[in-house]
Design a protein around this ligand. Sequence first.
Ligand code: ATP
Ligand code: MG
Length: 551
Amino acid sequence: MEHKASSNFIKNIINEDLKSGKVDHIITRFPPEPNGYLHIGHAKSIILNFELADEFKGKTHLRFDDTNPVKEDTEYVESIKEDVTWLGYKWDELFFASDYFEEMYNRAVLLIKKGKAYVCDSTAEEIRKMRGSLIEVGQKSPYRDRSVEENLELFERMRQGEFKDGQKVLRAKIDMDSPNINMRDPVLYRIAHANHHNTGDKWCIYPMYDFAHPLEDAIEGVTHSICTLEFEDHRPLYDWVIRECEMEKVPHQYEFARLNITNTVMSKRKLKQLVDEHVVDGWDDPRMPTISGLRRKGYTPEAIRSFAREIGVAKADSVVDSKMLEFFIREDLKLKAPRTMAVLEPLKVVITNYPADQVEMLEAEINSENPEMGTRQIPFSREIYIEQDDFMENPPAKYFRLFPGNEVRLKNAYFIKCNDIVKDEAGKVIELHCTYDPETKSGTGFTGRKVKGTIHWVEASQAVPAEFRQYEPLILDQEEDDDTSFLEHINPNSLEIVQGFVEANIKDSKPQDKFQFFRHGYFNVDPLSLKQGKLIFNRIVSLKSSFQLNK
Ligand code: ATP
Ligand code: MG
């Protein structure tokens, strides 16, 4: 694939750093802000960071970048830990950026003492205007030349809570003429009188990302700080903070492309909006690209890891086809998932020449692609269910399934022929009367005649009622997926719920058990099954796709 060429540019850098002696071991980190649940984009970053450390015998820290009290919550902290663990990774250390608030404050004081930071009374709007643009230099703040003493006193009073939110900020004193707007006296601290999930009311000033992040990396001894491309222009500021704060350990930032996938949105802010506006049923709704949503839908960590490895690490943003993710779950489940029959929209069939009160057990393979999984016993009797879709009263040409007078094979059982149909008062077909031919039993090598159609079925007296949830993409028209309009492009038919039956031998299935339902696709038992006392299956993916990996 085209990504492959650059897929290990970070590995090359690490190799060189180790060879040249720039570092003697590596430390990476995954630094989520606990302001939402993780999505598949985060999975890419997790897999990259943990696997690099693994390959080079280094360490990975899980660090909560919790510097913005208003949006953060312990619910998110817990979900993030769960998701990283589920993906198969163990952090060597767990940190909270908020544990470094005192140290960060001291480093800010150091900057003030060096004349490299000042307290500014301009409003956010004024600061924005005075920053200039790509073609216009910035304007200096009227507070830029405050004395060190005055700055120290004001910063201390900011910390003591003497000012309101937005009344003052601490800014770096760098260069208002810099061609890089990030270097035009960026804000380092803001006032926020808000309760923090970790530090409570201890602080009312909070460090900005661009100040906090390099310090966090340096404090922890992170060597390779990997982030997404939009931070490329922030790298000079990252290096400035490390240098001017006189950090002992010097981390380096490297950027790689964000993962985007077709037919979904990939930002916690937008995902939160979908949850808050009840477009979906929570962060773990199987239609969500969150790790918890994918898990509930039936994705496996193995499939997500294979997907992430395949897309690799690129230097240019791209959008990956959601079918590629589906490809990897099919690959993973193909040999693992037991096969069984499920009838999603049932139609009763009475086999009129089969003895009443007789139930025979038929043998079938659990997975025809993996004979080692052994066989299962399927009951067969006079009454069975088939799919409504597998019968037509007036079929078009080339319809090979059941219709009056036609004969089909029942998967793993016998040939049956349709003789009669029963309709309700409204004229809807509610029952078929068929006959079977005992000579045609599956596995006996019958060659007397051929039929063109094979359909699946479930024996009626032992059939287990089940609900099936079938998902379609959440977002239509990917190109329209911009900040404002994505809600207008929600697929109104992203979930279809139908009722039917599954084979008796899977009646004791547990949440997260996965099956291949003959002709329908791969399905996962939803955790809600336990609460609702009934089997609920989420369709993970249909059986076939035109998608090919172009190796
Ligand atoms: P979002 O915009 O979805 O909120 P974020 O970047 O703000 O994402 P963080 O919690 O700050 O979320 O991200 C934690 C880590 O995950 C960061 O290192 C970030 O670069 C990485 N990351 C986030 N989204 C993606 C993505 N789509 N592809 C790859 N890495 C990502
Ligand atoms: Mg963020």
